[in-house]
Ligand binder design. Structure first.
Ligand SMILES: *[C@@H]1O[C@H](CO)[C@@H](O)[C@H](O)[C@H]1NC(C)=O
Ligand SMILES: *[C@@H]1O[C@H](CO)[C@@H](O)[C@H](O)[C@H]1NC(C)=O
Ligand SMILES: *[C@@H]1O[C@H](CO)[C@@H](O)[C@H](O)[C@H]1NC(C)=O
Ligand SMILES: *[C@@H]1O[C@H](CO)[C@@H](O)[C@H](O)[C@H]1NC(C)=O
Ligand SMILES: *[C@@H]1O[C@H](CO)[C@@H](O)[C@H](O)[C@H]1NC(C)=O
Length: 839
């Protein structure tokens, strides 16, 4: 967060040639297409035309019109879809200038086409809008592009072995002045150049302090969502509504900029009429990292009774972007004048959050401290390759609060929650006429079982086995050059791991099980089962599997940066900063927290270790390897003979002693990982003096002495804020408590880690877990993964089976594995372990 700088873009202080407020804006181009339908359809006063009637717009190799059979609700644009089995194009003749392109998706099953598994890309002549996109449920995506030719071509390109679909689409002119570069820059240096060439994707459009605003109350048919679910501390603000007092001052914002319903409500700092109170209110938005964002703030001082009562500061990701903002002075001394400001993040976001805060001015004294925000739009900007999507975003947002809106928001989708949040209203609008029950999104998306993620629970075909995740052996051979030895990137107990690329270019990690291993078969099944039920941005996900010719092959997306372990020691990779390490811990803690609190049964991972935490190209952590995981904490209580499994050095001593498996065993192992992260050394290193061999014991001694800083990674010396280290140390200490009951839950660990991060790099007011708390099934697309990367990455962990009598007979499950500690024989390690396990 702190890393990204925000650059003051411009105040749009004068909108010269503005369309008048009188009777709304009439778009020059207004194409509304009801795809796949033979008839026109009127939705909230707008006519969506059949794309058969508009067929001159479309070129497609063959024509497949799909109608949902069992959706017997009132027809709407989501009842039909057009399916594309080859590259297809909609062509529109357009006036030059900025246009909205809105794509509506609501997958259902039609004949053999299960739209929830369709994977495809959508682009214009100039920009990639969606790439390798899958819609798991109903959603709308909104883009705005400045078209510079007289024709707009929207190309739908199915990914390899898949198809594309769309339920409805809109191409509508945007008023020229809505998003235009106004060169008047207030104060700060650094204008953003080239906004006119910039494609934007609306990710949030929020009405602070007010209800959802729907298209019929917005002259440009937009949706504005309420802000409460983004507020970090809801009780720090109060809601103010004075819609009738809004004034559109000529030359400033207009009704097109944002409607009265948006300007006329705000969230105001709730200072409780205490003249000395001082705090910020903060909104938190999840976004896709790797892109720049354009932020538009809407203000209207409906809280003051007179001029000069309101002076406040505006921050984005803790950076002050405007100090002592005095709205009336910008608006020629008009109170309650509508006003807006635009910002662009200076560089691509590193984190996946944007936090916006307001707080009273500290330099200008007023009777009561106040600060307001009326509306906010957040738009993703295309990257330098003109893409708005790289096909790697595993949808993010997730908070439980959002789930509450399910009725409106209709469901979660690959990479689209954001858009959903912003546009849920749209959907609703249409949905209301239907039955409005689309909260469903399934968690199962692969073989074994499926209640597919379609939004048509009433459709009778959704339970067909989801064989689309079964990948033919031939395709896997092609991807790995017939399991070419040079492609091996890891060897584990399960078998070898190959790097490969599917036909469509997706990089994958292919884990090929050793068919002889019975153990392997069980783990193969567990892994598929687990990963098919649990989808989360911090869990690696499976692309598919293959069980042809008694093969046991799992295909995951490739994790660019390998294991966490390889970044800590045993390789030449650059060292990670403390902040990066904390973020990685936070990410993996989220993944585990999600597993432990899943809505059905908690899942215990059982093999938490740094080699099972993988990092994507942005160093985002994902927990991998579910081969040993178990549902339900009681399994091992009833089956005490079950072998104790896990990895040495990480094994919970209580589990070891009593063979009672609970989530707290994962917490223990995670504590060990935290020490590993801090000290950057193997968890067991028999080459060291005896008291240092076992990392957990050794580091714990220093923690208890209050001298943890003595044993931290050299490269972190002097770089960790003392409080942050203290918090971290205390948290590990609790995780490593002898008894499970004394250990915190993963949720607490997560909270503490976030707090430690804030102590390191103060960000915003509060360290609440704003993200994945008991969230569930993320959706998403393609993360990747696999474990046991070790070969090239400095040695791997060895998984062992400990027989259930707890007496410490170890059987090496994995003889092929490289030693964890190079140059030390496994037997040495084992004997050390047997001793140290005696605790
Ligand atoms: C559908 O709308 C188009 C464009 O307005 C019109 O030309 C056509 O006649 C309409 N078709 C029907 C069946 O109403
Ligand atoms: C669109 O691009 C053209 C050519 O670059 C430019 O002249 C025009 O001002 C742009 N329009 C908007 C609304 O940005
Ligand atoms: C939205 O517009 C309708 C009329 O179109 C009006 O009755 C309703 O009050 C408006 N809603 C709000 C929140 O202003
Ligand atoms: C508000 O947030 C900013 C940025 O994080 C911080 O610098 C400032 O001290 C905060 N103000 C208050 C009153 O907490
Ligand atoms: C977005 O794409 C345009 C070309 O279509 C390019 O000129 C511009 O630099 C891109 N924006 C960014 C931030 O790279």
């Amino acid at each position: 967060m702190g890393g990204e700088k925000f650059r003051f873009l411009f105040w749009v202080s004068s909108i010269s040639s503005l369309i008048c407020l009188c009777y709304g804006y009439v778009p020059v181009n207004n194409y509304l297409i009801n795809c796949g339908s033979p008839t026109n359809l009127t939705e909230t006063g707008r006519v969506f035309i059949s794309d058969k009637l508009a067929s001159n717009h479309l070129t497609s190799p063959n024509e497949i019109l799909a109608a949902a059979s069992n959706r017997n609700s009132v027809p709407d644009i989501y009842q039909t879809a057009r399916i594309f089995t080859g590259i297809s194009k909609y062509t529109f003749s357009v006036a030059r200038g900025r246009h909205w392109i809105r794509l509506h998706f609501s997958p259902f099953q039609y004949q053999n086409f299960q739209m929830t598994s369709a994977k495809f890309s959508v682009s214009s002549q100039t920009h990639v809008l969606l790439s390798d996109f899958t819609a798991k449920s109903k959603l709308m995506k909104e883009y705005s592009l400045n078209l510079t030719t007289d024709r707009l071509e929207l190309t739908f390109t199915p990914s390899a072995n898949s198809f594309a679909f769309v339920n409805a689409l809109e191409v509508v002119s945007v008023p020229d002045t809505l998003i235009s570069i106004d060169p008047s820059i207030a104060g700060r240096p650094g204008t953003f150049q080239g906004l006119s060439r910039q494609a934007l994707e609306t990710v949030y459009r929020v009405n602070m302090g007010g209800p959802r605003v729907t298209p019929n109350n917005d002259t440009l048919s937009r949706i504005w969502e309420p802000d409460s679910e983004f507020l970090i501390e809801k009780n720090l603000v109060k809601i103010v509504s004075k819609i009738s007092s809004v004034v559109y001052v000529p030359g400033y914002a207009t009704e097109e900029t944002a409607p009265r319903n948006v300007y006329g409500t705000c969230s105001e700092i709730n200072s409780g009429d205490n003249p000395t109170s001082s705090f910020n209110a903060t909104w938190d938005f999840e976004v896709e990292a790797g892109f720049k964002y354009f932020l538009r703030f809407h203000f209207c001082d409906i809280v003051s009774r007179a001029l000069n009562e309101l002076y406040f500061n505006l921050y984005v990701d803790s950076m002050m972007v405007v100090q002592d903002l005095d709205l009336s002075s910008y608006l020629s001394n008009t109170l309650s004048g509508a006003y807006f400001m635009d910002y662009v993040t200076e560089s691509a976001k590193v984190s996946n959050r944007i936090r916006v805060s307001i707080g009273p001015s500290v330099t200008v004294r007023t009777t009561y401290p106040k600060a307001i925000l009326n509306g906010l739009e957040i738009m993703k900007m295309n990257n330098s390759k003109s893409q708005l999507s790289t096909g790697t975003f595993l949808s993010g947002a997730s908070s439980s609060t959002r789930k509450k809106n399910v009725g409106m928001i209709v469901g979660v989708t690959v990479g689209c929650l954001i858009a959903l949040v912003a546009f849920g209203g749209f959907l609703i609008l249409f949905k209301k006429r239907g039955k409005g029950k689309d909260g469903h999104h399934s968690k199962s998306w692969i073989p074994l079982s499926t209640t597919n993620g379609t939004t048509t629970p009433d459709s009778n075909v959704t339970t067909t086995s989801n064989s689309s995740y079964r990948i033919p052996l031939a395709a896997i051979k092609e991807a790995t050059n017939s399991f070419d030895e040079s492609r091996v990137i890891g060897v584990g107990g399960f078998g070898k791991v190959y790097k490969g690329a599917l036909q469509d270019g997706t990089k994958v990690a292919v884990k090929r099980g050793n068919p002889k291993s019975q153990q392997g078969l069980a783990e193969f099944r567990t892994e598929i089962e687990m990963l098919s039920q649990f989808r989360h941005r911090h869990l690696v996900s499976l692309i598919g599997y293959c069980d042809e010719s008694s093969e046991m092959i799992l295909v995951y997306e490739y994790m660019e940066n390998g294991t966490l372990k390889s970044h800590l020691y045993g390789s030449n990779l650059p060292t990670l900063s403390w902040k990066q390490r904390l973020e990685i811990c936070i990410g993996s803690a989220r993944g585990l927290h999600y597993l432990h609190t899943g809505d059905s049964k908690p899942v215990i991972h059982r093999d938490v270790k740094s080699a099972n935490i993988l990092l994507d190209e942005k160093l985002m952590a994902k927990v991998a390897d579910f081969g040993l995981s178990k549902t339900g904490p009681d399994l091992d209580q009833t089956h005490v003979s079950t072998a104790v499994k896990g990895s040495f050095g990480y094994l919970d001593p209580e589990y070891f002693r009593r063979q009672q498996l609970t989530e707290k065993s994962d917490v223990y192992s995670f504590g060990v990982v935290m020490f590993e992260v801090l000290c950057a050394r193997p968890v067991i290193d028999p080459t060291l003096p005896r008291e240092m061999v076992n990392l957990a014991e050794w580091a714990m001694k220093w923690q208890k002495k209050g001298q943890l800083e003595e044993v931290i990674d050299q490269s972190l010396k002097g770089k960790i804020v003392a409080d942050s280290l203290r918090k971290f140390g205390e948290t590990v200490e609790k995780c490593l408590a002898d008894y499970g009951v004394d250990r915190p839950s993963m949720g607490d660990v997560l909270w503490n880690l976030e707090y430690a991060l804030q102590l390191q790099e103060p960000v915003v007011v509060d360290g609440d877990d704003d993200d994945d708390d008991n969230s569930t099934n993320m959706i998403g697309e393609l993360p990747l993964r696999f474990n046991d990367y070790n070969k090239n990455h400095g040695g791997g962990e060895t998984s062992v089976n400990v027989s259930g009598d707890g007496k410490g007979r170890f059987e090496e499950e994995d003889s092929s594995v490289g030693d964890d500690v190079s140059g030390v024989s496994m037997s040495q390690v084992f004997s050390q372990l047997v001793k140290s396990e005696g605790r």
